[in-house]
Design a protein around this ligand. Structure first.
Ligand code: TRP
Ligand code: SF4
Length: 400
């Protein structure tokens, strides 16, 4: 059966924290068990905003990769690589820039938002405007079906889909397309071929989207088709021509409920984080001194967990029994705040123990990480090159 491919990227921000773990990495670890996954360091993306601080990228990338591995991202299941080591991304970005309408880029919400938010930087650059197109290239070059992202990135996925459609429309014509599609249908076997024809008619004549979905599923379940025939039949089903670039779907990652030590969103810029593989004493101290319900001044004042960031940690880390103990104990002043924090400290330390162990292996022998990445880059490059062969050919650049 055809397996949907998952791809996601992260800017090299250096050491990651619990917000990244609960918001993104745990999700990646789950996905790698189900799908072929590609995860990459978006180092060119970092330069679109931080082009004036190139010196920090490399270390930030290695630190981040070690955190991925520490969190349980498994290089035997997922392909890990660095964007700039697969220069084909840049080639696709360039070629798509020929036909990507400027208006589409100017309308991407992050364009104006980020320019306002990062007003201390000059972001009136060509690279910054083109950033969503670079992201589209990252995704389309692997023909990724699913892209796990946070809510802020959903418009970028939608933009990617539009670019793919426009591309297929402009360049998806191959000589003799219909005959080739008819030949490919025969290869489905007579029963499936009949069903395919029927679903195609139902979609194209009656606009039946259920039939389109069924048709796609039929193609996805068929393992014997070549890549080329598969694309033709997808295109023929929809009534377009050959589908060269595949429209991805977003895989919306639930927003992390991980609050920072002060109850705001956990973020480096708020200085309220607990890092992955932070030392145990530092974690204990941070949680011991973290804010509680401000109304609970003295030990025998009753408190309200809803007004306390510690409670948010219990929601993530504690079972029902402990949560019950907190609710009752806090509201009746039956427990003290230090006492209340202890199960959280224990749980965070327990969660980090295997991470620290895994990280240590890689810190002791950095060549392991280099090898994982070298291997991942090579695999990613092969996939990217396959797509680029089709892209070049469709754009008249096949000097064979
Ligand atoms: N733009 C994403 C971010 O800032 C990172 C990213 C770059 C990405 N390319 C991608 C995410 C491709 C998913 C797919 O978080
Ligand atoms: Fe917060 Fe727990 Fe103290 Fe209540 S007892 S205020 S929930 S730390």
């Amino acid at each position: 059966m055809y397996q949907e491919r998952v791809l996601s990227g992260m800017r090299p921000t250096g050491r990651l924290h619990l917000g990244h773990y609960h918001g993104v990495l745990k999700n990646w670890v789950g996905l790698q068990a189900e799908f072929p996954c590609l995860f990459f360091v978006a180092d060119w993306h970092a330069l679109t905003t931080d082009y004036d601080e190139p010196g920090k990228i490399e270390n930030a990338a290695w630190d981040m990769i070690i955190d991925w591995l520490a969190a349980g991202v498994d290089p035997n299941r997922a392909t890990l690589f660095i964007q700039s080591r697969v220069p084909e991304h840049a080639e696709l970005f360039l070629l798509m820039s020929m036909m990507a309408p400027l208006g589409w880029l100017e309308r991407v919400p992050t364009y104006k938002d980020q320019q306002e938010k990062l007003s201390h930087k000059d972001l009136s650059t060509y690279g910054f405007l083109g950033y969503p197109l670079l992201q589209a290239a990252d995704i389309l070059i692997y023909r990724a079906d699913r892209v796990p992202v946070g809510e802020d990135q959903v418009p970028h996925i939608e933009f990617t889909r539009e670019v793919a459609r426009r591309f297929n429309h402009l360049y998806g014509r191959e000589p003799g397309f219909e005959e080739k599609a008819r030949e490919a249908i025969k290869k489905l076997g007579s029963k499936r071929a009949r069903l395919y024809e029927e679903l195609r008619t139902r979609f194209q004549q009656d606009g039946d989207h259920g039939a389109l979905e069924q048709g796609r599923a039929l193609l996805n379940d068929n393992q014997s088709l070549s890549m080329g025939d598969r694309e033709r039949l997808f295109g023929f089903l929809e009534g377009s021509s050959k589908m060269i670039l595949v429209e991805p779907g977003a895989l919306l990652t639930e927003a992390s409920r991980m609050p920072g030590l002060d109850g705001q969103k956990m973020s480096k810029s708020y200085n309220n984080t607990i890092s992955l593989r932070e030392d145990a004493d530092a974690i204990t101290k941070k949680i011991r001194t973290m804010q509680t319900d401000p109304q609970r001044v003295r030990r025998n004042d009753a408190g309200d967990p809803d007004k306390c960031p510690v409670w948010q940690f219990h929601v993530i880390y504690s079972d029902e029994g402990v949560r019950d103990w907190v609710q009752k104990g806090c509201r009746s002043a039956g427990i003290g705040c230090i006492e209340c924090k202890q199960p959280v400290i224990d749980a965070v330390l327990r969660e980090q123990e295997p991470m620290r162990e895994r990280a240590q292996t890689y810190l002791d022998d950095p060549t392991l990480v280099r090898d994982i990445i070298a291997d991942g880059c090579e695999k990613a490059r092969k996939l990217a090159q396959e797509t680029m062969r089709d892209v070049r050919e469709s754009m008249g650049l096949d000097y064979g």
